[in-house]
Design a protein around this ligand. Structure first.
Ligand code: MN
Ligand code: MN
Length: 298
């Protein structure tokens, strides 16, 4: 590697770490504010504002998943929902110049502390086996083992993933069960590990509501609102996911409908557990090191 490449690489890890540091702080501060009666929209905006205050940017809209929801739920512009006695997953991301950190935590107000604890312990077991050369399927086996030991099922069609520059999901997939993929992690890999546990069957499917979107391809549109939205998307979010409520143009729903119809953006429907059962989650971002791994979102 040239000297410039070495410098760029050092800068990349520095930014991953900085994003992780901001994110762990915001995760803890946000989780503390989740209580019966608190507003979803206020919690999401609190976390996203706090990320900016600390010098980062949200890498994607704060996901607030309730009970059977597993991912891709975020408050709408005029959301009036409040928390009840529910299982609540907060999934939050930060980026510094496109270098990401991704983390999640379950706050249990439903009276199922063991279900909330299972993915936490599973994640710890996964982190314990990570070192250069570890097979992703062996990480999945650790996760499945721990969750199974609690008497629950891992959600098998959601996985951990690599984190790329301005890309939330890159290869490799890190499965949440023992499935051999012939893929290994190597020194320097930056990945998110995210076990999900459920008292249901262990599969999620797409629901109908969509509040999170991302750019699919460059393109042009005539409609004024759609054009304004597209300028903001390509300028600020680039290829990272964004929420309807982040768009500054008038009538953002209209703008998004146009952009979707032209296949310029695509939506992420809310993912729900198939049988309507509870889902819990825990996630950390890690960097694989020569003798193990470093958790950036500790
Ligand atoms: Mn996440
Ligand atoms: Mn993730």
């Amino acid at each position: 590697m040239s000297e410039t490449e070495v410098d760029l690489e050092a800068e990349m890890y520095e930014k991953h770490r900085e994003a992780g540091e901001i994110l762990s702080k915001v995760r803890e501060e946000t989780a503390e504010r989740v209580e019966v009666g608190a507003s979803h929209l206020e919690i999401a905006e609190y976390a996203e504002d706090r990320i900016r205050e600390l010098g980062g940017k949200p890498a994607f809209p704060v996901n607030i998943s309730i009970d059977e929801e597993a991912a891709h739920a975020t408050p709408s512009i005029d959301d009036e929902s409040t928390f009840g006695e529910e299982m609540i997953n907060l999934d939050i991301g930060v980026h510094i110049d496109g270098w990401l950190a991704d983390t999640a935590i379950t706050v249990d107000l439903s009276g199922n502390p063991e279900l909330a604890e299972a993915p936490e312990q599973a994640l710890q077991a996964a982190i314990d086996v990570i070192e250069p050369g570890v097979e992703t399927g062996d990480i999945g086996a650790e996760i499945e083992d721990v969750i199974d030991g609690y008497g629950y099922n891992p959600v098998v069609n959601l996985t951990g993933h690599g984190l790329g520059h301005w890309e939330q999901h890159t290869s490799p997939n890190i499965p949440n069960r023992a499935v051999s993929q012939g893929t290994t992690l190597e020194t320097g890999d930056v990945v998110a590990i995210e076990p999900f546990a459920t008292d249901g069957g262990g599969k999620v499917t797409e629901g109908s509501s969509e509040e999170i979107f991302s750019l699919e391809r460059e393109g042009s549109v005539r409609n004024r609102q759609a054009r304004e939205a597209l300028e903001q998307i390509t300028g600020d979010f680039r290829t990272l996911p964004f929420a309807t409520r982040w768009l500054e143009t008038g009538r953002p729903e209209v703008a998004l409908r146009r952009l979707k119809r032209n296949n310029i953006v695509h939506g992420y429907p809310v993912l729900k557990e198939d049988e309507g059962c509870l889902v819990s989650q825990k996630e950390h971002t890690i960097i694989v090191t020569e003798d193990g791994c470093e958790v950036t979102t500790k």
